[in-house]
Design a binder for this molecule. Structure first.
Ligand SMILES: *Cc1c(COP(=O)(O)O)cnc(C)c1O
Length: 456
């Protein structure tokens, strides 16, 4: 027997490239396809070097097609959220209303008056598109919206408090999620953080005692992703407003979620609202666009006109500015509130206000469609997104019981199918909550789960 070189058996890059199926992969992007073919041949060489049999030309072509399928598609794609977490940061936070999506598409497809004054026929400002609706909605003097609430904080502190002191309760110098910490933002803005009180108790007199001639502002940060339970005390925004005025310092209020609707009507704890914060005398109020507000990613700052003006002129304002599509989507979302139709039109509020009876109807219909072993059980949906951390909404869920390995496999199958479905596993049950599933997704959801069960 001759000792054959096994690498010789591997087809050349050129011969793979001339395969009809590889040819059909891409038009005009030959260099990308060549790269993928090289990658596949290299993988084949590696497997040969590990003592495996050389793959056939056909197998390498299959590998090329597999790699190309991933490479030629965006990795960011829609997911059916069956977790029941309404503002799910990892799943993209707030889904948008049809009006918001249409407004975003309309200004993206062509040109717009983003920074063009149609009346005067000359240069305009991108800030005008949101300011008037925010004024009407909240009664604020002025407003600016930026990339997100983290940018809003950074901009406000950099423009107003650089080199000065900002007093904050120790219980509010928090990490908000994903490693985003208030003390670190302060550091970036070159404002000096003065923490007062203790983790669970801060009194008005603690703030009062900490004010010096270097104090620029008192700041409240809504501790949105945790709650100190039990023997606690934190100063109200009204008290802070009074103190700030008395001592002639600013009051900055980061309320986290831009809540414009009273939450107790849905059996939830009250969230701070923009209006009550302004009424209490906050000089600037900051909040996210894509949490309870239900719009696109944004950070909104409302408050005193002279301060907002300083923010607009600060060099960072350009670095953190919003793009036209998000401005259009946010404006359309805010208009729902102005027209009094937010509960009907803003998906986040449709979900929050969905009745238990509706979740039951949906769940029973999905469970029926899937068949055994799916059944309807009592459970709850969560607000999420750092809003109302412990609050649940009673819901009916689709439940599929099984042992750990079986459920892990089933959940993975659901996540990695053509249409990804994400549910949640609690103990020995996979739960699917219809509250966070869009109406048009209900039927596909049932079909996908049924198929995944059949394959498991
Ligand atoms: C979520 C949150 C932020 C960060 O907002 P992004 O819009 O995600 O940048 C800041 N402060 C508070 C209190 C929050 O809850």
């Amino acid at each position: 027997m001759v000792n054959e070189n096994p690498y010789r058996a591997l087809p050349s890059v050129d011969s793979i490239l001339s395969d009809e199926r590889v040819h059909a992969l891409a038009d005009g992007s030959a260099s990308a396809v060549t790269e993928i073919v090289r990658e596949a041949v290299e993988l084949a060489r590696i497997s040969v070097s590990q003592g495996k049999r050389p793959p056939t030309e056909d197998q390498i072509v299959e590998t090329v097609i597999g790699i190309a399928r991933l490479a030629f598609q965006p990795s960011l794609r829609p997911v059916i959220n069956a977790t029941g977490v309404i503002i799910h940061t990892n799943l993209g936070r707030a889904p948008l209303s049809d009006d918001a999506i249409e407004a975003m598409a309309a200004v993206s497809r062509g040109y717009s008056n983003l920074e063009f004054d149609l009346e005067a026929g000359g240069r305009g400002s991108r800030f005008v598109h949101l300011e008037s609706v925010l004024r009407r909605l909240t009664g604020t003097e002025a407003a600016i919206a930026v990339n997100n609430n983290a940018s809003a904080l950074l901009l406000a502190l950099s423009a107003l408090a650089q080199g000065g002191e900002v007093i904050i309760s120790r219980g509010q110098a928090v990490e908000i999620g994903g490693g985003f910490r208030i003390p670190d933002v302060m550091l970036q803005s070159k404002a000096r953080l003065v923490e007062v009180g203790t983790t669970n108790r801060t009194y008005l007199r603690d703030y009062d005692a900490a004010i010096t001639e270097n104090t620029i502002a008192l700041m409240r940060v809504h501790a949105s992703n945790f709650r100190v339970v039990g023997f606690t005390d934190s100063t109200t925004i009204v008290d802070l407003g009074t103190l700030a005025r008395e001592r002639d310092v600013l009051l900055l209020d980061d309320i986290g979620s831009g809540c414009l609707i009273e939450t107790p009507q849905f059996g939830l704890a009250p969230e701070p609202t923009v209006q009550e914060s302004l009424a209490a005398g906050a000089d600037l109020v900051m909040f996210s666009g894509d949490k309870l507000l239900g719009g696109p990613q944004a950070g909104i700052i409302v408050g005193r006109a002279d301060l907002i003006d300083k923010l607009r002129r600060h060099p960072l304002a350009r670095a953190v500015r919003m793009d036209k599509a998000s401005i259009a989507g946010l404006a359309a979302t805010l208009l729902h509130y102005l027209r009094g139709e937010a509960l009907d039109k803003v998906p986040v509020w449709q979900m929050i206000s969905m009745s238990l009876a509706e979740t039951e109807k949906r769940t029973k219909s999905i469970a029926r469609e899937i068949g055994a072993p799916a059944k309807a059980v009592d459970g709850c949906s969560m607000i999420g997104g750092g809003s109302l951390p412990e609050e649940g909404l009673a819901s009916k869920l689709v439940a599929i019981e099984g042992d750990g390995a079986y459920l892990t496999d089933l959940a993975r199958r659901l996540r990695t199918g053509d249409t990804a479905v994400v549910g949640r596993i609690e103990r020995d049950t996979l739960l699917l909550d219809p509250r966070t599933v869009r109406k048009a997704e209900l039927k596909p959801l049932a079909t996908i789960v049924k198929a995944a069960l059949a394959a498991s």
